[in-house]
Design a binder for this molecule. Structure first.
Ligand SMILES: C[S@@+](CC[C@H](N)C(=O)[O-])C[C@H]1O[C@@H](n2cnc3c(N)ncnc32)[C@H](O)[C@@H]1O
Length: 249
């Protein structure tokens, strides 16, 4: 893709299909990706991290779309490297394993895609770990296949998955809390501390959550963008209607 040109959904689908990834062959994620990838077209010499190797198809996809990027992949079972990419053995269910893997990354990472175990607890913990410490400001964090949040009795990659609609511990319900947290400057202090308590209870680090600039929900797909300094200025200023509206009982 030429620098500055806007990637279309049809182009993403064509390249994804050619690379053999289920992102386009099965899930239809070409409907959502291009709108969120626009900032990457301006960058040079940056990192992309995808959790989950599968057959390596998504590494081919990112290499084809962004030849000026270096692609990292974390996978529980695979270690490999080649031109423009490295697969690091890491278990996303373990914070220690994630920390060791992050230490091997040598580029500023502007895109993280979680397409690993799909276990909701891992999705939340991995977000908490990578969003603040690895992703660059204005970077994009994508969680694919959040369908597991709706599973009452499921199993994937050896992990039991018991959640269901409105289950507080599911990834979809937890990420909904971040919508409230992006509006924390309008909350009364008692409500804000209750929200921070709930974030922590469900496995979301409030410090990582505080860095979210926007959240987008689509079918089976969640996108969180990272705030930069100019966004943070809007979060940190006093609320003009706060004196009355933010009084706790
Ligand atoms: C759906 S596949 C990835 C597909 C690939 N991203 C693509 O689009 O072509 C999921 C991968 O996650 C890996 N995986 C499962 N549990 C994991 C864990 N706890 N930590 C890291 N990787 C894990 C599996 O080994 C598998 O390779």
């Amino acid at each position: 893709m030429a620098a500055n040109s806007r990637l279309t959904s049809a182009e993403f689908k064509q390249i994804g299909d050619r690379c053999g990834t289920d992102k386009t062959l099965q899930h239809g994620y070409h409907r959502f990706y291009p709108a969120h990838l626009a900032p990457l077209s301006q960058l040079n010499d940056f990192g992309i991290l995808e959790i989950g190797y599968g057959e390596g198809s998504s590494i081919s996809l990112w290499r084809a779309l962004y030849p000026r990027a270096f692609v990292y992949c974390f996978d529980r079972d695979v270690e490999d490297e080649g031109e423009g990419y490295r697969v690091i053995k890491a278990d996303q269910s373990s914070p220690e394993s994630l920390s060791l893997a992050i230490a091997k990354i040598e580029h500023e990472v502007h895109l993280v895609v979680d397409d690993g175990s799909h276990n909701p607890a891992h999705q939340l913990q991995t977000f908490s770990h990578l969003f603040s410490s690895l992703l660059a400001p204005q970077g994009v964090y994508i969680v694919e296949d959040i369908e597991t949040s709706y599973w009452l009795d499921g199993e994937l990659y050896g992990y039991a998955t018991h959640y269901g609609l409105f289950n507080h511990w599911s990834a979809i319900e937890a990420f909904k809390l971040i919508v409230d947290y992006t509006n924390r400057s309008f909350l009364a202090p008692c409500d804000q501390s209750q929200l921070e308590y709930r974030l922590a209870m469900v496995g979301l680090d409030p410090q990582a959550s505080a860095l979210v600039g926007s959240v987008t929900f689509a079918q089976n797909f969640v996108v969180l963008s990272k705030a930069d300094a100019s966004d943070m200025a809007y979060y940190d200023r006093p609320y003009v209607y706060g004196e009355r509206s933010q009084r706790c009982p």
